[in-house]
Every structure is written in C-alpha cells, then in structure tokens.
Design a protein around this ligand. Structure first.
Ligand code: NAD
Length: 451
C-alpha cells in the first residue's frame, strides 16, 4: 500500500507518495528510539536545549518554504500557514528553555535527619499521533516537550500531512533515532500505541477513544485531544459587528478545519436579528485568503450531504450551502438555521466551514444549549459586560473560553485541551506538557551512608 497526499486546491497535484511501512517498521523504529534514549538524556540539559534552539532557527530559516508546503499539502491559506510556521519556531524556542527548569523539589523528612527529594524523569519513547490540520504545530507541540525532558520520539503524522512531517524531521537534524517520523495510517498508529512508553494523540473522537483504550490496557500514560462542537454565545449588549467578524473567522477560517472552529452560534434575545444579518454579511465577504479548500473529496461530500439532509429535515440555509464551480475541494461558508435538534449537524463535529444559528431567550438557555454536548473544547462569549462574560465562563463546560474573541486560537505557553469527551488525560502545551512526558520519583536519603 502507498500513502499519498494531494493538494486540496489542485487535486491533480500529488504532493508525496511513500510506501506504507507497516507495523513491523513501527516496532523497529520504537526499538531504535529506545536504544537512543539513554544517550539523549545523558547528553545533558545544555545539549538538549541547544538542539531544540537550533530547530527553532532552522524552521525560521526555511519559513517561506515551509509555509508554501503547508499551503500545498493541506490547503491552509497562506497567512495562516505563515502564522503556523512562526508558532512552530516559537514552540521549539519555548521548550528549548525547559531542560534547565527544576525537575523536582527537596523536602524535610517527617522525623529525624535525612533528605527527601522528588525528581521528574522521562518515560523512554514517546509515541505521537497527529492529525493533518496543523501539520507542523501539532507535531511540534507534542515532540518539543517530550524531547526537552529526555524522551526520544516516534511521530506518526496523518497521511494527508506526510510531506510536512518528513520535512520537519529533516530540518530538526537530531541525532539518529532521537526524532523519527514514520508515515502511515491506522495500522502504524495502532502499532505505535502498542509499543511506545507514553502516548499522545490528537485527532477525531472515535479514533482517540480507541487509542485511549489500547494504551490504558497496556498501562502506559496517554493523553488524547479530540474533536469539538464549539459554540459562540452572543449577548444582546455585544458589539454585534465585531462579534460577527470574529465568528465568521472562527466558522470559515481554514474552511472550519480547526478543532476550535465555531459550529454553533447561539444568539441571546435581541442579539438574534442583528447578528443573523451581520453574520450572513461577514460570511459572504469571506474569500480564499481566509477560507480555502477542505482537505479531500470525502470531506467535501460529507459536508454537502449534511447540508442537504438538514434542509430536507426542515433547516433553512441563510447563506452558502453549495460547492463553487472550480477545481479543488471547496465548500461555501455556510450558515443554517432551524436545524432539528437531533440532526447530526447540530450534534457532531463536521470539520468544515458550516455553522448552525440558534436563537434563545436568555443566558441560562444559551449556557444549557452550549453545554449540551460531550465535545466541549472551546466556547466564545461575546458581550460588553465583563461581569456577565466572566460569570458565563464559570458555567460553561468548555476547556477553552474566549471572551470577545474567535473560538479558534491557541496560546502555546498555556495548557490546552477540552472538557468532558473532548479530551482525555493531562493537558497539552505549556508546563502541563512537561509534566505529562515525565513521571515523578521520590528519593529518600537517610544518614549512615558513611563518608
Ligand atoms: P483522525 O482521527 O482521522 O486521524 C488522526 C491520526 O490518527 C492520524 O495520524 C491517523 O492516521 C491516526 N489513526 C487513524 N486510525 C488509527 C488507529 N486505529 N490507531 C491509531 N492511530 C490511528 O483525525 P484527522 O482527520 O487527521 O484530524 C481531524 C480531527 O482532529 C478533528 O476531529 C479535529 O477536531 C481533531 N483535532 C483536535 C485537536 C485538539 O487539540 N483537540 C487539534 C486538531 C485536530
């Protein structure tokens, strides 16, 4: 079998084709990574810090090439691709400091002399499984903290983002078997979960749950960041034009293919009519520089099929709903209303530039509707009253709450993850990631060892 990845804006453009390596190759890669791990750890904090810093520099030195590759391989609009490259360099640089951070604490003994200390140590080989939508940033926000604390890494990228991941590993230039990118699909992913010492997964909910079960069965630590069904709550006192602009960006930016994209817009009371009008206008003004194509033909067909079945069930299309007449896998930015509550478009992540508008009477109803999903990743709240927005934030289930901002957008130095079924295990990014890739040991030192 061959893994292929095509340009979503020009399906005749084959970006990369590689032979699928198979499960045995994954086990080999993990064995080699395990053999390399003690040397990587023993090289010391200074060497690891310098190596990660050099990766940041290499990414920056190749920024335009990498941005162009992201555009070509996953169809991300150029401005966002450039942003992702800059963020990738920033993440490597941020974690380049981590090897020098304290790795434990010293404590008094409960009784008598002696010394107690804790020390965080790496697990060994981190098995990382990534989705295609942030083809450099997600592999980086997993690999950089894992490497910083002394693990070696085997990364299995999504097939659709194979070329980006391979180029990242090349540019990283780390010692043999310290950072291996192994292309593949479900078979290689499952084999990696079966062999690694710590597992980090980002992707869709169904696959993520299977990964969590398999890793838990083996007794290895696992984190999984999954899909979202993200809501935007708009209060009557909001700056409606600004809210509409933010929501349009969160619905249609990168064709809605972010786990934090908005797919439900909840208008409270008098906000409904002006918001509907402003949002339709804002979505109609979205162009290719913001939206771009969806990742493949199957995604496009799934999205258009969902719109047809929703309208057949009584929904109204307020804007969009079609497929532009052009090459590439494009879907128009779409806003629907009156979607039946049980229709999949109102309940599941579709990963496209499509949102459903709901009108509710008050904030209580808005919060109940926003919380009525297991996929609680990111929710935005739009209001001029900080008191109201902060009170709402306390009652929302989401892992990320964004006030007067698009639901999409992530700060790499803070913990990132969802609530309820959107996330499993420790947070990613920031300090949380360093904790996830290490385990604490307690060392007791009692007097009597002699001089
Ligand atoms: P996906 O679940 O199809 O694939 C994710 C990864 O899992 C890929 O590398 C894939 O090859 C691998 N995989 C597939 N089957 C496997 C198996 N049985 N065992 C192990 N690995 C397996 O997701 P995708 O289409 O690549 O990405 C889109 C999804 O990712 C969306 O649902 C999106 O919301 C989610 N996502 C979540 C976050 C987050 O941080 N919460 C961030 C980005 C994307």
């Amino acid at each position: 079998m061959t893994i292929t990845s095509y340009n979503p804006a020009d399906p005749t453009d084959l970006v990369v084709a590689v032979e699928e390596p198979g499960a045995e190759a994954v086990r080999d890669a993990v064995a080699r990574a395990r053999a390399a791990q003690s040397g990587w750890l023993a090289a010391g904090a200074g060497a690891r810090s310098a190596a990660l810093g050099r990766i940041a520099e290499a990414v920056e030195a190749h920024a335009e090439e990498l941005a162009a590759l992201i555009v070509r391989e996953v169809g991300k609009p150029l401005a966002e691709a450039r942003g992702e490259v800059a963020r990738t360099a920033a993440i490597w640089r941020y974690y380049a400091q981590a090897p020098f951070a304290p790795s434990g604490a010293v404590h008094e003994t409960a009784a008598g002399p002696g010394l107690l200390l804790t020390r965080r140590r790496p697990y060994g080989v981190a098995g990382l499984i990534a989705p295609w939508n942030f083809p450099l940033a997600i592999p980086t926000w997993k690999a950089a903290p894992a490497l910083a604390v002394g693990n070696t890494v085997v990364l299995k990228p999504a097939p659709e983002a194979t070329a980006c991941a391979l180029r990242l590993a090349e540019l990283a230039g780390l010692p043999e078997s310290v950072f291996t990118v192994l292309p593949g699909g479900a078979e290689e992913g499952a084999a990696l979960v079966d062999a690694a010492d710590v597992v980090s997964f980002t992707g869709s909910t169904g696959v993520g749950r299977a990964v969590v079960r398999a890793a838990t069965e083996r007794g290895v630590p696992v984190q999984a960041e999954l899909g979202g069904l993200n809501a935007a709550l708009v209060l009557p006192d909001a700056d409606i034009e600004q809210a509409a602009a933010h929501i349009a960006a969160a619905v249609a930016g990168y064709a809605g293919q972010k786990c934090t994209a908005t797919s439900r817009v909840i208008a409270v009371g008098a906000a409904h009519e002006p918001l509907r009008e402003a949002l339709v206008k804002a979505l109609e003004a979205v162009d290719d520089a913001v939206c771009g194509p969806v990742v493949n033909a199957a995604a496009r067909d799934r999205l258009t099929g969902a719109v047809s079945s929703a309208t057949a069930a009584g929904a109204t299309v307020l804007t969009g709903g079609g497929v532009p007449e052009r090459a590439g896998w494009y879907v128009e930015p779409t806003l629907l209303t009156d979607v039946p509550a049980e229709h999949p478009l109102a309940r599941e992540e579709f990963f496209g530039p499509i949102a459903v508008l709901h009108a509710v009477a008050d904030l209580d109803e808005a919060i109940a509707l926003a919380n009525d999903t297991p996929h609680s990743l990111s929710t935005s709240v739009h209001s001029r009253s900080l008191d109201v927005a902060l009170a709402a934030a306390d009652r929302l289930d989401a892992g990320m709450i964004r006030i007067n901002a698009p639901s999409s957008g992530v700060d790499f130095h803070l913990p990132f993850g969802g609530a309820k079924g959107a996330s499993h295990g420790e947070r990613e990014q920031g300090q949380a990631a360093l904790d996830f890739y290490t385990v604490s040991r307690t060392v007791s030192v009692l007097p009597g060892g002699g001089a």
